[in-house]
Design a protein around this ligand. Structure first.
Ligand code: TMP
Ligand code: ASP
Length: 231
């Protein structure tokens, strides 16, 4: 079937007037696609992890685009108009935050921090402040406030979920979409879009293993899936 859109990690196919089929690929990129590779089995794992987390969040009152898993690598979702924002929530300093402010990775933050980036490959997803989001009309004030509240709620829910599975949720990235005037959590939630450190060893169990060439990438993804499915 003809694809609607192909991104770095997923392909979208039409699946009816109001729904899409999302296919999760094994391809991995980092640093705005300057680094490319393959993580065998990643698509299957990210589909399963995302589906499980979307169901968990829905069960706790978070509205998402998720409808159902349709195969190992595919889920069906509601069509939404994606807000051009990457919404990041941080519990501990890591990655670009640690680098920007010169703080050691793993330093706990006094409060969870919501950050926004403009989704733009040519610009390299620059940080954007809420005032600029409003000034550019990328979201309305009420929408932005809902995005922030939902992100903090998702953060609490996911942190609990992973803590019960021996994983420390350091930070994560969400995307939201609009459908019939309603804001829905969209995209994916997977080891590609989160930092998860093993509580006992402190080892990263996410895409940082690929970004930083730490080895054991597939094994880490498999272990995250195993713990997510533990229930
Ligand atoms: P950062 O520290 O590199 O800004 O990343 C923050 C979080 O966002 C981290 O959990 C990884 C995730 N992320 C994405 O999902 N997509 C991206 O393109 C980037 C840069 C980060
Ligand atoms: N997915 C992003 C890219 O390839 C970056 C990342 O996740 O580090 O540009």
């Amino acid at each position: 079937m003809e694809k609607l859109y192909e991104g770095k990690a997923k392909v979208l196919f039409p699946a009816g007037p109001d729904t899409l089929r999302v296919y999760f690929k094994d391809e991995a990129t980092a640093f705005n696609a300057q680094k490319r590779g393959l993580i065998p089995g990643k698509g299957v794992i990210n589909n399963k992890v995302s589906a499980t987390l979307f169901r968990y969040l829905e069960a706790h009152g978070v509205k998402t685009h998720f409808l159902e898993e349709v195969s190992d690598r595919e889920m069906r979702v509601l069509r939404v108009e994606i807000l051009p924002l990457e919404v990041i929530l941080r519990f501990k300093a890591a990655g670009s935050f640690a680098k920007r402010y010169g703080v050691k990775e793993g330093t706990p933050l006094k409060t969870p921090l919501v950050e926004f980036s403009l989704k733009s490959d040519p610009l390299g997803d620059p940080l954007i402040c809420p005032e600029a989001i409003l000034a550019l009309g990328l979201a309305a004030e009420e929408e932005l406030s809902q995005v922030r509240t939902t992100t903090l709620k998702v953060g609490e829910l996911l942190r609990d979920f992973f803590a019960q599975r021996g994983l420390d949720l350091i930070d994560f990235k969400l995307e939201f979409g609009k459908r019939q005037g309603e804001i829905l959590l969209a995209d994916e939630i997977s080891p590609d879009t989160m930092r998860l450190w093993d509580q006992k060893t402190g080892e990263p169990m996410d895409k940082d293993r690929f970004r930083k060439d730490l080895g054991g990438v597939e094994e880490a993804y498999q272990e995250v899936l195993r713990r997510v499915l533990r229930g």
